[in-house]
Ligand binder design. Sequence first.
Ligand SMILES: Cc1cc2nc3c(=O)[nH]c(=O)nc-3n(C[C@H](O)[C@H](O)[C@H](O)COP(=O)(O)O)c2cc1C
Length: 251
Amino acid sequence: MDSISDILLNRRTIRKYSLKPVDEVLLDDLLNMGCRASTTGNMQVYSIIITRDDEKKKELAPLHFNQKMVTDAPVVLTFCADFNRFNKWCLLRKADPGYDNFLSFITASIDALLAAQTFCIAAEANGLGICYLGTTTYMAHKIIDVLKLPKGVVPVTTITLGWPLEKPEQVERLPLEAILHYETYCDYTAEKIAMFYKDKEERSDSVQFVKENNKDTLAQVFTDVRYKKADNVYFSNILLQVLKDQGFMEQ
Ligand SMILES: Cc1cc2nc3c(=O)[nH]c(=O)nc-3n(C[C@H](O)[C@H](O)[C@H](O)COP(=O)(O)O)c2cc1C
């Protein structure tokens, strides 16, 4: 197996999978590794729903805007913030749980995402390919119905998993110095912004993106096409309602 640095530095998201199934024992091993991630107070306030059934994948697909990975991948995993199990344990042990608030949702989401990312590293280290689906938080209300998630449980991310059928080019990252601040936050001047985003803006695929979308700048492709304010507000309101319905906004 490659070294951990090779695995982390050479990874890329995989969206095309072969028909080869993912062995159950291997999947369990990877999940065990995922669940070794740090977790708040060792409470493990998350659950993972594993979808292998084709019919269930077909039900989930439209909720992920019909991204093909959902039906093509042998395994789809929905990582959920989950205080339901912990609350039940408390109540059955004469303890009064105080986890019906927004902080608890964030706590459980952090736990779920740490497990998800650790699982992804384990999967990639074993030659598997993964893709995160951001659509989970957009369509949480519908995913809750399909996966029959009780109160106290909110899906926060989905991962499609399978053996890679592609090896796409790695996509760029901002230079490290764009991300790092030493001791205190050093705010960005216009010059620094220009410097840090220069490579991203000048890539041929970015230039193509701007042209295809009839925009003037790459940033406009994000604000006007990919992640629009109207969509953000719409899905944000739905998610806030989900948090209320699932019992995380009682305080
Ligand atoms: C929270 C999250 C949500 C994402 N959602 C999607 C998605 O819905 N569809 C998709 O194709 N890729 C999705 N991705 C993958 C990103 O597009 C990808 O990680 C990014 O473009 C960088 O590419 P790389 O992972 O190959 O380095 C998501 C990634 C994250 C972390």
